[in-house]
Design a protein. Structure first.
Length: 349
């Protein structure tokens, strides 16, 4: 009986060595491990043995059957692994091949203008500071020398959220207030605060209810209006070229005193007069002035010791002049035809 078992073991091992597919393995398993297979036939001889022989024979057959089953399982795992690797090899992607070129587009004009302005002012030692778009009336108006019922509020009428206490900021000046308060009237400030602002405007070619402002603030000792003009002059030359010049005109803002309209010579006609500057030769870019003493006091600064200047411009205004855009709404819409027109204009320039 031992010889039969050994011969059967050798026979099965040889056939397993020549089995390469799961289909052949399944057929081989059905032949040898089925109820009518040779292993079951050997087990049937147990009934002819006495009790002692049955015990010994049963142990040998169990070990033999377990060994054969393990051999089948081991080969099955190897074949499955081989077939999986073969499939992965045939389906793999060569990441070294050139990929499909996907056009990513270009930054929005507002984003490009703001990033350019940030780089310029950072190079001059300014900090870039951000603040909340939902603001308190206290920071947006009152601490900027615009108490309730002040008539100048009408020009910055915005959207209120609750009991006229919370509102969408009409300017980024509240960020300046927060920054000054954080210094407790004891440290100088040099910052810009770009970001979205909101006003209840009638939308047209030059007005939007949502736009981006770039505001700046400097607080220090011995600051004068000439510092503001020098800063403005450097900024417009950076944005529009070395040929443009700066000009100040008297104006009125509740939060600055004196206040000025900040003009530049027209970059389109070099100041000689054209349709862009409405034959005046000058274009207003910013508003600003020296920080009002009331604003300094409200933020903890002694106006006898500290002075400062502030300015603000709309990113859309700069972008429209820089790229020759006639309608502010083009900057905020998603009509790709306008983007292509703009690309052609930039190429021509």
């Amino acid at each position: 009986m031992q010889e039969k078992i050994q011969n059967l073991r050798t026979e099965i091992k040889e056939k397993l060595e020549n089995t390469k597919t799961l289909k052949d393995l399944t057929e081989l398993k059905n032949i040898y491990l089925s109820k009518k297979g040779p292993i079951t036939e050997l087990m049937s001889h147990m009934k002819d043995l006495d009790n002692e022989e049955k015990k010994e024979f049963g142990k040998i057959m169990n070990e033999f059957k377990t060994d054969i089953s393990n051999s089948f399982d081991s080969l099955k795992n190897k074949i499955e692994e081989y077939e999986l690797n073969k499939k992965l090899e045939s389906e793999k992607i060569d990441i070294n091949l050139p990929s499909t070129v996907i056009k990513n587009g270009s930054p929005n004009i507002d984003e490009a203008i703001i990033e350019d302005a940030e780089k310029f002012f950072i190079s001059m030692g300014y900090d870039v500071v951000e603040g909340p778009e939902i603001e308190l009336d206290k920071y947006n108006f009152e601490m900027l020398n615009l108490p309730k019922e002040h008539p100048a509020r009408d020009a910055q009428d915005t959207f209120y959220l609750k009991d006229e206490t919370y509102l969408l900021r009409s300017q980024t000046s509240p960020v300046q207030i927060r920054e000054m308060l954080s210094k407790k009237g004891e440290e100088p400030v040099r910052m810009i605060c770009p970001g979205k602002t909101y006003r209840r405007e009638n939308t047209d070619m030059t007005h939007e209810q949502e736009f981006c402002q770039i505001e700046g603030l400097v607080i220090d000792k011995n600051i004068s209006l000439s510092d503001l003009k020098g800063t403005f002059n450097a900024f417009i030359k950076h944005m529009f070229g070395e040929n443009v010049e700066a000009r100040f005109r008297p104006s009125y803002y509740p939060f600055t005193e004196p206040s000025v309209e900040m003009d530049m010579s027209c970059p389109n006609c070099d100041g000689s007069g054209c349709s862009m500057c409405k034959p005046k030769g000058w274009i207003t870019i910013c508003g600003g002035g020296m920080v009002h003493p009331n604003v300094l006091r409200a933020c903890g600064y002694d106006p006898e010791i500290w002075q400062g200047f502030a300015f603000g411009a709309a990113a859309e205004r700069i972008g429209m002049l820089k790229y020759g855009i006639s309608d502010i709404r083009m900057i905020h819409q998603n009509d790709l035809r306008n983007d292509r027109n703009l690309d052609r204009k930039e190429t021509n320039n």
